[in-house]
Design a protein around this ligand. Structure first.
Ligand code: GRF
Length: 212
């Protein structure tokens, strides 16, 4: 099972996946990491782990489609079974999404369908929500709208600031993202008819529910 990860920044989720591959919790090989930012720390993490690390700058391409086409070409050189978005902060072209349909997953820091888009932690605080969380989902054309595979919830406490809840959410992300990748690597997970399926069961809208 060939895995390719796309990042734009710190890459702590990438690190969790690198570690899970190294400890054989994921039955797959992380073939390459791509970033749209040359200075993304995640590229260092990849190099440190001996994984090919590539940066592609959008400024060198006239259009989003041209950038994504080159990205697809370079990704496909690694024959990926799964493409993992881990803090990849760039809108994908419909062509890219269609090309990797069913083998493209993302992690989004909210309990989807709540708070698609940016600044989720801030919105949780502004709205006085008592719970927050993160979602792993298949990617479709709808921004942060593809079928959810797994969510993790965290409490929000009085006096929390954005840094507090970001850290709490990220700790959960580092547990659930490698787990979902391991399910995919074991052939347990698929997307069919815009739904997520695990072990032959259609998952509910909130994904596989640990607390049900
Ligand atoms: C994560 O919180 C993820 O949910 C969001 O971007 C963040 C990436 O963090 N999509 P990192 O680069 O993995 O540390």
């Amino acid at each position: 099972m060939n895995i390719v990860v796309l990042i734009s920044g710190n890459g702590s989720n990438l690190q969790a996946i690198i570690d899970a591959c190294a400890s054989k919790k994921i039955a797959g090989t992380l073939r390459a990491v791509f970033s749209n930012k040359a200075d993304a720390f995640g590229l260092e993490r990849a190099r440190e782990a001996g994984i090919p690390a590539h940066a592609l700058s959008a400024s060198q391409f006239a259009t989003r489609d041209a950038f994504d086409r080159e990205l697809m070409l370079e990704i496909d050189a690694y024959a990926p079974d799964l493409v993992v978005l881990a803090g990849y902060m760039r809108i994908l072209s419909p062509e890219f999404v269609a090309h990797y349909a069913g083998r493209l997953i993302n992690i989004h820091p909210s309990l989807l369908p709540k708070y698609p888009g940016l600044h989720t932690h801030r919105q949780v605080l502004e709205n006085g929500d008592s719970e927050h969380g993160t979602s792993v989902h298949f990617v479709t054309d709808e921004l942060d709208g593809g079928p959810v595979i797994l969510q993790a919830k965290v409490p929000v406490f009085d006096g929390d600031d954005e840094a507090d809840i970001t850290a709490r959410v990220q700790a959960q992300e580092h547990a659930i993202y490698p787990l979902v990748v391991s399910w995919f690597a074991e052939g347990r997970l698929a997307m069919r008819d815009n739904e997520a399926w695990l072990d032959g069961q259609k998952l509910p809208p909130q994904g596989h529910a640990a607390d049900e």
